[in-house]
Design a protein around this ligand. Structure first.
Ligand SMILES: Cc1ncc(COP(=O)(O)O)c(C=O)c1O
Length: 385
């Protein structure tokens, strides 16, 4: 047998087990309290005797009952009156951007993104041969007027109006209307990235921006990564009705990536009410965890970090006190925290260009009150050392 090249292959090593998540990892929702038993029941009921339709050629937009369940969810939780035929199931936000690029944009088009923002989106824009133009976010979120000063010919804007990522600010109605007005006037698109809006602790979740536009210029991108967990790799796009013929005609060329194994299970999970119960339960839990994290910071790190409560979401952004700032950057603070056994993300790392702000992004959702308190003690000791 030809052994050519075997001597240059690395020695076989077993795969390394992933390290447990450390407080304040922002990627983690609460994983231990997911209703696994109910999920397993829906899985079993789906696949023990699968629906014949599942084993034949499924609509390229995804499993119809899941699209129905998502439309119901969006009407109830996001005030978005859409129908199942508008929904395309994806494997997440990267596929969503690829799909939108393929159906609405041309190579080289300028796409506005938020600065600071989610680096994955900028990368997805580049991968689709578009030009991503990060534009500064202020206390009211993304501002189309500012963005147009440098990029008047933009063809799309990807925004997080319900809760900016990572700063957490909500875009007010006036800014939303300006953005839609621009999109209508320029035949451009607003891509609304809405990833964790169900977790609002005060009042009702704000309606999705797509619900404001009767002019069909807003495309909604949703995800199950925060409300369930990201290993699921399921998300979706809601297209305006007028775009559907175009998306349908492009769909034979679109490489549908969302696995069909989990779509019917998720559909049952949603239709049964287990999903809504889970979200409500997590919302109460995360509200308490936020309070615990804030109290711990006040008690153990008030000389180091300044942090305000957030009305929604799964993480806080802590500002460094002037004293801490005079001693180190947020990157150095994050490095020290990591060596001490806690994970905080420097706010500066969310900037595509030169960072305009420093701070520490701290997830609280995936950790018990005790873990959060201990985490703050460890962090404070690391920053004082
Ligand atoms: C800003 C933002 N958008 C979208 C998503 C969802 O991405 P995906 O559905 O690919 O997991 C996330 C997840 O963390 C996010 O932080």
């Amino acid at each position: 047998m030809d052994q050519g090249g075997a001597d240059i292959l690395p020695e076989k090593a077993p795969p390394v087990a992933p390290a447990p998540l450390q407080p304040f990892d922002t990627s983690a929702p609460e994983l231990m309290l997911f209703p696994y038993r109910q999920w397993a029941r829906h899985h079993d009921q789906t696949w023990r005797r699968p629906d014949a339709a599942l084993l034949s050629r499924v609509d390229p937009f995804g499993w119809p009952p899941l699209r129905e369940a998502i439309a119901d969810h969006l009407r109830e939780w996001r005030g978005l009156p859409c129908t199942a035929d508008q929904i395309f199931i994806t494997s997440g936000v990267v596929e969503a951007i690829g799909l939108i690029a393929a159906t609405t944009l041309n190579e080289g088009d300028d796409v506005l993104t938020e600065e600071p923002g989610y680096a994955v989106l900028n990368r997805a824009v580049h991968h689709n041969r578009l030009v991503s133009v990060p534009s500064p976010v202020d206390q009211q979120g993304f501002d189309i007027k500012t963005a147009l000063q440098t990029t008047p010919r933009a063809k799309a804007a990807i925004v997080t109006p319900s809760r900016h990522y990572p700063l957490g600010v909500t875009m007010p109605l006036s800014r939303r209307l300006e953005l839609i007005e621009w999109a209508v006037a320029r035949n451009a698109y607003v891509i609304e990235d809405d990833f964790d809006s169900e977790y609002r602790f005060q009042g009702q979740p704000l309606p999705a921006m797509m619900s404001l536009s009767n002019q069909d210029r807003v495309i909604y991108v949703g995800s199950f990564s925060k409300v369930i967990f990201s290993a699921l790799r399921l998300g979706f796009v809601v297209f305006p009705k007028s775009m559907l013929p175009k998306v349908r005609s492009s769909s034979p060329q679109i490489d549908q990536q969302a696995s069909l194994m989990l779509q019917p299970v998720l559909a049952r999970f949603m239709h049964s009410g287990d999903f809504a119960i889970h979200i409500r339960r997590m919302r109460r839990l995360y509200a308490k965890r936020q309070v615990a994290a804030l109290q711990a910071i006040k008690l153990h790190a008030a000389d180091l970090l300044i942090v305000d409560p957030v009305p929604a979401g799964m993480h806080l952004v802590a500002n460094l006190t002037p004293d801490l700032q005079s001693r180190m950057s947020d990157t150095e603070a994050a490095k020290r925290a990591k060596s001490a056994g806690v994970t905080v993300q420097p706010l500066s790392s969310f900037f595509a260009g030169p960072p305009m702000r420093q701070g520490l992004v701290m997830g609280f959702a995936g950790f018990s009150e005790e873990q959060l308190e201990n985490g703050v003690r460890v962090l404070a000791a690391a920053l004082r050392a």
